[in-house]
Design a protein around this ligand. Structure first.
Ligand code: LMR
Length: 328
């Protein structure tokens, strides 16, 4: 009897001692569509590294790059279902969650990344992070990629050169209107399909940043890239409210700190890659990089900028003005 009691007490003690050790870590699945050697890929890996260091045993980050887990069009739905906890879709992919973020797709809105940064840090820019709240998402921060360039099967110097060409776009109505304005045919397609669509000539062109054009080898199947800097490709790092508010307060604070540091790192990578990946493309000799003269650029601006008016009602004139004023 005594032995049995002793065994039971020892078993209980072992359970109590093993309890905290055996507690399973909280898993954060971070899903994205780009390659690992991109600003977003590097940011996600840095986030994992910091969380591993600081929250070992409590939180584990699993990064799924290259649309391995979810593509663009599914990831936010999956997040609300709890199948993935973090992602950083481009600001062009939130149409079903808010119309306000269409702001960032307006062509020739920001003159450079300094203006983007200035606007995003302003009260108006910060408030936009909350625009996805109503739908159960939490905007945790902006992450840069950079300015977009136009690639095509023929040289694009003036808008008339784009006439009747099929361009892959992200799922944004602003981007559709932008290509319609130059007489092109916009097709909304997931990022994971772009290379094959270009290679098989199912489409003629696309718009993207230097790092995406380089890391996904679009330059190998697009003989011309026009350095247009006509638009922005940036991201919002998001999670679901259910997941985020379910984290213990101290853990949430640590995760957010790690994320902010990873974003700062990712932004640095973005600035470097905008220069280095462009140079790698030039050095490859596979694609000719076309620089526009001021007069040619002015033509693109004149044709594309009227798109702003079309979306003013959905975005809000005040917001457009606030973003535009960040250029000064
Ligand atoms: C695209 O679809 O072209 C980009 O949003 C991909 C990305 O996440 O950078």
């Amino acid at each position: 009897m005594r032995l049995r009691l002793l065994t039971a007490v020892l078993a209980l003690a072992a359970m109590v001692m093993a309890g905290p050790l055996a507690a399973k870590p909280i898993i954060i699945k971070f899903s994205h569509v780009v390659a690992e050697n991109t600003p977003k890929g590097q940011m996600a890996n840095k986030f994992k590294e910091l969380v591993d260091q600081r929250l070992a045993g409590k939180v584990e980050v699993e990064v799924y790059p290259n649309s391995q887990l979810f593509g663009d069009n599914k990831v936010l739905e999956a997040m609300l279902l709890g199948d993935v906890q973090m992602a950083a879709p481009s600001l062009s992919k939130f149409k079903r969650y808010t119309k306000k973020l269409q702001l960032f797709d307006l062509p020739f809105l920001f003159k450079d990344m300094t203006a983007v940064e200035r606007f995003q840090k302003s009260p108006a820019g910060q408030q936009l992070l909350d625009s996805v709240n109503r739908k159960g998402l939490v905007g945790l921060g902006y992450l840069h990629n950079g300015m977009k360039q136009l690639s095509a099967s023929r040289p694009l110097r003036v808008p008339a050169d784009a006439k009747n060409l099929k361009f892959r776009i992200m799922s944004s109505d602003v981007l559709a209107a932008q290509f319609e304005a130059v007489g092109g045919v916009p097709l909304k397609k997931p990022f994971s399909e772009v290379f094959t669509l270009l290679q098989t000539k199912a489409i003629d062109g696309q718009e993207n940043t230097w790092s995406n054009i380089y890391s996904k080898k679009f330059y190998e199947v697009q003989p011309y890239i026009t350095e247009s800097n006509h638009g922005l490709l940036d991201y919002m790092v998001v999670t679901s409210r259910e997941f985020w508010m379910g984290l213990p307060d101290d853990v949430r604070a640590e995760v957010k700190k790690a994320l902010d540091e990873a974003i700062a790192f990712g932004n640095q990578v973005a600035a470097e890659k905008a220069v280095a990946d462009k140079q790698k493309i030039i050095d490859s000799g596979r694609s000719e990089v076309i620089e526009l003269t001021p007069a040619e650029r002015a033509q693109w601006v004149a044709v594309m900028k009227p798109v702003w008016k079309k979306f003013e009602g959905q975005i809000g004139r005040d917001l457009i003005d606030a973003a535009y004023n960040a250029n000064k």
